[in-house]
Design a protein around this ligand. Sequence first.
Ligand code: PEP
Ligand code: MG
Length: 862
Amino acid sequence: MAKFVYDFTEGNKDLKDLLGGKGANLAEMTNLGLPVPPGFTITTEACRHYLEHGDLPEGLTDEIDAHLAALEKRMGRRLGQSDDPLLVSVRSGAKFSMPGMMDTVLNIGLNDESVHGLAKQAGGNERFAWDSYRRLIQMFGKTVLGVEGFEEALDELKGSRQDTDLTVDELRELVRTYKRLAPAFPSDPREQMRMAVMAVFDSWNSERAVLYRRQERIPADLGTAVNICSMVFGNCGDDSGTGVAFTRDPASGRQGVYGDYLSNAQGEDVVAGIRNTISLQELEELDKGAYDELMAIMATLENHYRDLCDIEFTVERGKLWMLQTRVGKRTAAAAFRIATQLVDQGLIDLDEALRRVNGDQLAQLMFPRFAKDADRKLVTKGMNASPGAAVGKAVFSSERAVELAAKGEDVILVRRETTPDDLSGMIAAKGILTSRGGKTSHAAVVARGMGKTCVCGAEELEVSISAKRFTGPGGVEVGEGDLISIDGSTGEVFLGEVPVVDSAVVEYFERGELSDELVTAVDRIMRHADSMRALGVRANADTPEDASRARRFGAEGIGLCRTEHMFLGDRRQLVEDLVLASDRQERQAALDALEPLQQADFTGIFQAMEGLPVTIRLIDPPLHEFLPDIIDLSIKVAAGDATDKDRELLAAVKRLHEQNPMLGLRGVRLGLVIPGLFAMQVRAIAEAAKQVPGARAEIMIPLVGAVQELEAVREEAARILSDAGVEALIGTMIEVPRAALTAGQIAEAAQFFSFGTNDLTQMTWGFSRDDVEAAFFSRYLELGIFGVSPFETLDRDGVGRLVRIAAEEGRKARPDLKLGICGEHGGDPDSVHFCHEVGLDYVSCSPFRIPVARLEAGRAAL
Ligand code: PEP
Ligand code: MG
């Protein structure tokens, strides 16, 4: 029979799939001999069964009972025993950390009788017992029973006092009020536990958990584990407390110990920002013994996990307990710094360092930052919780953030502190600013996870949510809609819009200067990636400027030069003349006008690439982009103020009008329909190549579906090249499914293939690439039909299968066939890994994605 429950002594850190991150790490710490309160974990498998069938799997209840009995025996007290109760916490814990998104219930086991037993256990501390009891009803009521109003009742009773100022009588009264709010609260401890377990399972599908998973691309079908842990108490007096800590600064990566501690408090109080926390340094003064032990444990954990760890701990009457650890979330900059620091400490090697960073993080480091020498009006400085430079209108609620962002406005979400309910607003906002909470606050943790700019704990700001404004030092006032700029790397908050400049990492790629520790770390890891990767990296570039930048960023050639981009702007008229030419003479005149311009374009690019290969794609315009708008013209003609030329033009546009221009007269089809067009381009390439010594041209024919199309163009191109005495490869794009399926035939006429996965995705799925994102992709993502748009990350099963077939059959027909990709996927991390697996020779992407592609190609080869 399946085993659904594991004692902490039975698991280990590698069992995250089954025990969730929290459960696996509690087991690991238990086995390391660290002080973890005893307990057990119910597996994610049990959760998946429950979510699927709406019922606990057979045997689970008996298993829980058996583990509970063993726990009771070990602790010497029974769950909720009236004179000496064992209390437990019931905590969620999925494979991937989802901070605050799912439910937790503490103090399970308390009722009107056992509350007295707890007071006795704590040496007659009634205040502590009643405080624990009211917390149980509050948490249970809110998360299990879905009742609201507890915080309001507490606030009313408290007035301006702290929660620790409440008397025993007041807490007793509060329990009575709470029970009136939640009449369904069960007094039977085992029933409390059963209901809490199911509530944790259910919270996997809570709205915010679903939203968080979508944002973080966490699969929807993993389920959560449930950890049942004997309670230790941070709320039983001033010699107790609870805290969170990191072994290094998760924002900068700097070594040291960072954390927040709250005395006489329990669980969520620290993160929720109920009272101001103290730093770990202050804890040292408060309780040297607990502090020293904590430091020793943190060192043990860092050495054991060989990585930054974050932890939750509780001090119960001077005794330290570890409640959680995990390899901590960190900013992109910290990821690079920490990886190289650990290499220097001898804890990991460069391969492992490369594994621990990724292309998304590198892309984040390439975001612009605020100009230092700009005219900046500093309001205040908070904590640098998550880096980046964000500018937007201040908004004070998540609803407003979502509303304005949907209209295309940039907003900064300003809150006193955030809660998991603010998730949608945090996603919608460019940045997050809070006046309370430290680097471990909800806002900071979630923003870092998302890679979103965040300044937290800007305590000089007085934030009023109801008045929708904040005030700051010197009488500064900012209302809803006012522009502010926040710098998540320094914690600075500015009035108005501060101009942005290149990031230090972009400057490093541009100039190669190792200006600081971060850039040095990036440089080391990039060099290692380059030394490992099997894939070449090329650029999609159409101008000499882009080509030069691409080279500085590490491009080893151009994989796609889209020549139709050279026909836009002033030259659009020439193309219009060409397409609409009514006879040979007019057509030739248009071609003659275009040829020298094209030649100059190619010369510039060959010069910029200095002998590196340049793949030039012959023109592939969806025709409507080059013709006058049919509706405008029709209106003009109907209004009676059109010239004869306008009327002729309208007739021609109507003749060429297509219902599905993306499936129409494009690419090779256009080349075959308009005689002389491709020949003009090939001549321009050949002449340019002759002018630039060492130029290496590769001529690429787009939108081929049949070898016959390619043959017709190839023969003419080969003749022009040979007449000019220029050597160049001639190949094709694979972007029509038929081309992929007949790759063996096509390879007979092509020296290289480049997968145009934008069109290949469009035509494989039948999704119009220009329309679907706005039309219905959000619904598809919601339904989980795919986890990410197939235009962003290559669909391995469908489009990827075609790529595999084409690569295999193409190489079979022509063993030295060169294979590349030049769709947008060429710069997408997961797609780069796919290209490596399929054995392509190179990926090609926009210049700014080149470092990402280099890094991921290196990681793919590990
Ligand atoms: C493609 O289809 O993937 C491609 C690179 O061509 P374009 O995006 O220009 O259609
Ligand atoms: Mg294409």
